[in-house]
Design a protein around this ligand. Structure first.
Ligand code: PLP
Length: 304
């Protein structure tokens, strides 16, 4: 990645990317004890705007609370810092990564009393899967189960959780698929490695709920609100794997993935193998909202 000219925010100060260094024995590097957010900003007709900034920062603080991590900054300070990073780098459509970590080095695992650092970096970012809304992706149900709250707090967006995502992704990619779909410990559909999942069936929108070990995605929440306001029935429910095979439409949602149609699961073609009309309609509405072209949802945008 081209980072030489990037400015990042670390513990209250803007600095060049190359100046922001950590010791190799940093706790969070060794033990996966960092926590993070993934946020997007988009170019709109009236400048660049961050999508659902306050909600992302709120989830960041919730993750920190779960791990008793004291961030040392208020939500308002971090919101301002996120805006500053995008503005300073003169970024337009970009991905923003706030990250908090135990910056003390050493071997001990105990986090009590360890120093917490926070950085914010942002990089130009386009489509995550590359295919756009016209082209669906192929997914593989993973042989790895989603971690669940008996093992690790699934509501927390913590680095360690992503080893589960990475191994599921590795398996899917090695088998020639674009992405994995993980089942929860009780065998229901949970989510993708970094995406929530939706099914369209008989005009209703179905998506796994909290009992299926999901991260409560902000894009998921946005789509539920948009669809309900449009008069669609949205049901948060447990879904068996075969319910995806016989769905009318299936798609992923996420900050990175945005809305990504899934047209093939485990070799089974979903409906006629092309992105469906409801997926496309929601994706178009979502695109209008993030681009500042929808007056109903302007409060989801924070101008830079
Ligand atoms: C495991 C997981 N599920 C779902 C999502 C989607 O969440 P959001 O829409 O807030 O990006 C993400 C991405 O953050 C994720 O990492």
């Amino acid at each position: 990645m081209e980072t030489g000219n990037l400015s990042v925010w670390l513990d209250g100060k803007m600095m060049n990317y190359n100046e922001a260094k950590v010791p190799i024995l940093t706790h969070s590097l060794q033990y996966g004890s960092g926590i993070f957010e993934g946020i997007r900003a988009y170019k709109t007709n009236s400048g660049v705007a961050v999508f659902r900034l306050k909600d992302h920062v709120k989830r960041f603080f919730e993750t920190a609370k779960i791990y008793s991590m004291k961030l040392g900054f208020s939500a308002e300070e971090l919101e301002k810092a996120i805006v500053e990073v995008v503005r300073t780098n003169k970024l337009e459509s970009c991905y923003i990564r706030p990250f908090a970590f135990y910056s003390d080095d050493g071997i001990g695992m105990n986090t009590a009393g360890k120093h917490v650092s926070v950085f914010i970096a942002a990089v130009p970012f386009g489509a995550y899967f590359g295919g756009g809304i016209e082209k669906g992706i192929r997914c593989k149900t993973s042989s790895w189960r989603r971690i669940n709250s008996d093992i690790l707090p699934i509501r927390a967006k913590a680095s360690g959780n992503y080893l589960n995502s990475i191994i599921a992704g590795n398996e899917a990619h090695a088998a020639g698929f674009d992405e994995a779909i993980l089942l929860s410990h009780n065998g229901y559909i949970a989510e993708g490695p970094g995406e929530n999942i939706f099914v369209v069936r008989n005009g209703r929108l179905l998506t796994p709920g909290g009992e299926s070990d999901i991260l409560f995605g902000i894009t998921r929440d946005s789509l539920i609100k948009i669809a309900r306001k449009e008069g669609m029935e949205v049901v948060e429910t447990s879904l068996h794997r075969e319910e995806l095979y016989i769905a009318d439409e299936v798609f992923f949602s996420g900050t990175a993935a945005e809305i990504t149609p899934i047209t093939n699961i485990d070799g089974t073609i979903i409906a006629d193998g092309a992105p469906g009309p409801i997926t496309k309609r929601l994706a178009t509405r979502y695109r209008d909202i993030i681009s500042g072209n929808d007056s109903e949802y302007m409060d989801w945008l924070t101008s830079i």
